[in-house]
Design a protein around this ligand. Sequence first.
Ligand code: SF4
Length: 384
Amino acid sequence: MKHLYLHVPFCQRRCSYCDFSIAVRKRIPAREYVDAVLGEVSLLGVADPERKPGECEDLGLETLYLGGGTPSLLPPEAISALLTSLRDAFHVTSSRDAVEVTLEANPEDVKPEIAAAWRRAGVNRVSLGAQSFDDRVLQWMHRSHDAARIGDAVRALRAAGFDNISLDLIFALPAELERDWARDLDLACALLPAHLSLYGLTVEERTPLARWISRGAAAAPDDERYAEEYLLAHIRLAAYGYQFYEVSNAARDGRRSRHNSAYWSGRAYLGLGPAAHSFDGRARRWNHAAWETYRRTVAAGLPAVEAEEVLTEEQRELERLYLALRTDRGLAVTDLYRPLPPSTAQWVSRGWAELRNQRLVCRPEGWLRLDALVRDLTGTAGAV
Ligand code: SF4
């Protein structure tokens, strides 16, 4: 296992569309958080009597991802303490930048001195939650930054030595916002990030957005707008030199996310922190989601894992299909248990997928229809 994910649950407020497992706090309990995570690490280590407390399996770590929540709300000293302790606990001996260390950050948290401290702590990739360059849209989303902060944050990161910066954007917003998606894409590309992640808006239960829609104050997202904006992003980003290497992710100069690529290749990973998930190739485990429950459980010396699910052969096969087809490597035809169905020819003739070196690879129109393609390949659907 070479991939470590750390969930930092704290946010200063809840964005209108977000149903993530977060803890909204005015004051960030950084010391308690660091103690809890290092406590969890210790408990992993003592499961093996051969190891000293706090000493864990040598993962041969390749990637470490601090996601959330809002990891950038942790003070830089807390991030530094965490990274140092994790490197020790997992015996990381390689040079600092040999491990991809990503920090998710909100633009308003990025200041020149803070960015410099992150870099000194060993962070070498920052994923910024930009979402839009339209102040009206950002307010609607309940984001805490305005559009100008995004450029300021990118410049502060570059000055601190970060050359691997990713921006997140959300598309397919309700029509009444009259969001100019092409303008947002242009403004994002003008900042020359190495990487872009584009997510279509989804309506999750118990979010402010779901309530607005149920009382008629916002229009439900519509599939046509989703498809139009998704395809526009492919055209626009290609013109700026970005290559989509996964349904929602595009990179230039080969700066793909190594951490997320590990997920998409079905590799094992270890998750730490509240709500973090782990996968060992056979079973998925997840930690207690609520921050206080997680903290108290670990403080009592109990494992943070709340439950686990052992995947059946069928689930693993389905997951393998989905993951392979999400990426630009596609699915090796020889990996399928059954011959390609005749409908595959229609996918190819319609330009939704292509057969390349014995691999079935989705094109953007195919990525919009991924569920249907998987149903076709598994024989659980009729003709296209
Ligand atoms: S900052 Fe991110 S995790 Fe926090 S509420 Fe907003 S979208 Fe959710």
